[in-house]
Design a protein around this ligand. Structure first.
Ligand code: NI
Length: 136
């Protein structure tokens, strides 16, 4: 029997979606307002799900206090109030779309969480636009 235990978190960050090899006009056609050369911010909402068996001793899938700490160290401290393009090394040459940010978060948490657990990252860029990544 597997249960998904989830922790929510939040961060604000700035980005610009663009390709260096495209003109500003082409970037605007494809990325819209997110291609603004002077950047803009989003209020990102994160849900991290950890899927595993319930430990019969504790009744926990995972200690959510520990998950909270991993999210703080791997996501909130490096991303909150940062400019993805300029300040976060993972996005030096990667477009900081909500898809790519979710994959980077998953990769960082995967390194911290024991392999018997599955990890699911749900990341909202706006209240209506979100992605889900589980490593597949
Ligand atoms: Ni944007």
């Amino acid at each position: 029997m597997k249960v998904k235990a989830c922790r929510k978190a939040h961060f604000n960050a700035a980005h610009r979606l663009y390709r260096k090899d495209w003109s500003d006009e082409k970037n605007f056609q494809v990325f819209g307002k997110c291609s603004n050369p002077l950047y803009h911010g989003h209020n990102y909402e994160l849900i991290v799900g950890i899927i595993g068996e319930i430990d019969p001793e504790t009744g926990f899938v995972i200690d959510l206090k520990i998950l909270k700490q991993y999210i703080k160290e791997e996501v909130e401290e490096p991303f909150d109030h940062k400019n993805f393009n300029e300040e976060v090394p993972e996005f030096k040459d990667v477009n900081p779309t909500v898809e790519n940010i979710a994959v980077v978060i998953w990769d960082k948490l995967r390194k911290r969480i024991e392999s018997q657990y599955e990890i699911e990252v749900t990341l909202y860029e706006t209240p209506r636009n979100f992605v889900i990544y589980n490593g597949a």
